[in-house]
Design a protein around this ligand. Sequence first.
Ligand code: CA
Length: 228
Amino acid sequence: MRKVLVLEDEDNIRSFVVINLKRAGYYTIEASSGEEALEKLKRNPDVKVALLDVMLPGIDGFEVCRRIRGNNSKIGIIMLTARSQEMDKVTGLMTGADDYVTKPFSPAELTARVDALYRRAGGDTPADSGEISQPPFLLNTRNRTLEKNGVRIKLTQVEYSVIKLFMDNPGKALSREEILEAVWGRDYYGEVKIVDVNIRRLRIKVEDDPTSPTYITTVWGYGYKWGF
Ligand code: CA
């Protein structure tokens, strides 16, 4: 499970952030004060990324950041800053935080930052729960197998990597280039068509009706989306 902590005292901003992270496939843990955030982190040691608002009642976001860093060097931390004068402090505290986003921010900007940090924080290593469940599919990341309605689907390593990428990004349109880079790597010099070939094969394996796909949908002129 891709867990992200969202610390923000303003309800409407927190909801906005949470909705967009959920849409991007993250499981969110919410806190409206620094104390609550620290408490919830203690109970959820598998949180890989934390979004921390700076201006809070009680201890501020910088202090929360400092305390988290005190015993966790791996977690990714993004500060949510509201005003330009907070930037100096952010710069001074960049040793603790990994990144910062200035309000107002767009959903795309926010999720891109979280995605990047999540990858760097090692969120996609098999160290997590070992399963991604998106009914009717169940992906086991330990033995790299996929099941649909409890029935094993045989996949090549490449197909597995494509499915894993999709299931890590449910509902998100992925460009063919993005898929190519994530699965085949930056050093792959072949044609982007290899993506289409593998998708076609995957559809035969995962779709109820491969001629009218519902799980792997085409985003015309762009790429593909794993969406329900
Ligand atoms: Ca605030």
